[in-house]
Design a protein around this ligand. Structure first.
Ligand code: NI
Length: 256
């Protein structure tokens, strides 16, 4: 059995056939799917999906691309949303200095205020970091973001930095790119992260793994990420499934 620790099922690319997507996930052995918000409305939608589907859990927060939308009012509303028992973390939050869709100062502020929200709620954080590695680490340390656990999602940094995040209490999650020829570095890091901190995700509808790259991604395809990781770490797919599901249960505190 597998757990997809990062999916965006509320994306409109799933509007037409979500029931079939859920069915294919079940057939592929995906027992739980953690659905991640990227702004207030999509966060509210993740909570609705978690109420509708037993195997879905919700994470609420604002992606760095939308940092400029993080007002006090939005933080209060996220706090309200997070009271739902199926909300298991706050995110995805962080810094994206690759696309820079929100001014960097807004990104830093939105990141810090969402870490504070997660700390108030004793919840783990889900972090997006693109081309901002050192600054993400600095903020994580200053705000003690890993106090209640956390996930570096779709990790793209090098190994020594991953070690720093693990010291701060973080799990490290890998997605489809570990199967891409042009992402050898990520695959190498995925081979060396501590076994008890390793997670897998799809980040669907994005980042479709090989051999399906180019198609819409969905939770059923997590098996390709598991297979790739198994070959990198010289383990069986069953061992990787067991390990990553156990780690996912721990970080998101899933009780069943
Ligand atoms: Ni994502």
């Amino acid at each position: 059995m597998l757990i997809d620790t990062h999916a965006h099922l509320q994306d409109r690319k799933f509007k037409k056939d979500l029931d079939q997507v859920m069915e294919r996930a079940a057939q592929a052995g995906v027992e739980k799917i953690i659905c991640i918000g990227y702004d207030y409305d999509s966060s509210r939608e993740t909570v609705e999906l978690a109420r509708k589907y037993e195997q879905v859990y919700a994470v609420v927060g604002v992606h760095p691309h939308d940092s400029s939308s993080v007002t006090d009012d939005i933080l209060t509303r996220l706090h309200q949303l997070a009271k739902d028992p199926k909300v298991v973390a706050i995110g995805e939050m962080g810094l994206d200095f690759y696309r820079d869709l929100s001014p960097r100062e807004d990104q830093r502020q939105a990141f810090r205020s969402q870490i504070k929200l997660a700390r108030e709620l004793y919840k783990p954080v889900v972090i997006h970091d693109r081309d901002a590695h050192q600054e993400v680490l600095d903020i994580v340390k200053q705000e003690k973001a890993g106090k209640n656990g956390g996930i570096m999602h779709c990790y793209s940094g090098h190994l020594p930095l991953a070690v720093e995040f693990m010291k701060e209490g973080f799990h490290i999650s890998f997605a489809g790119p570990i199967s891409y020829k042009n992402a050898r570095k990520s695959a190498e890091v995925a081979g060396r992260v501590a076994a008890d901190r390793l997670l897998i995700e799809t980040d669907c509808p994005y980042l479709t793994p090989e051999p399906l790259r180019g198609k819409r991604n969905e939770p059923a395809y997590i098996k390709y990420v598991a297979e790739k990781l198994a070959s990198i770490r010289n383990k069986t797919v069953e061992e990787i499934a067991y390990l990553t599901s156990r780690n996912a249960r721990e970080v998101y505190r899933l009780t069943d």
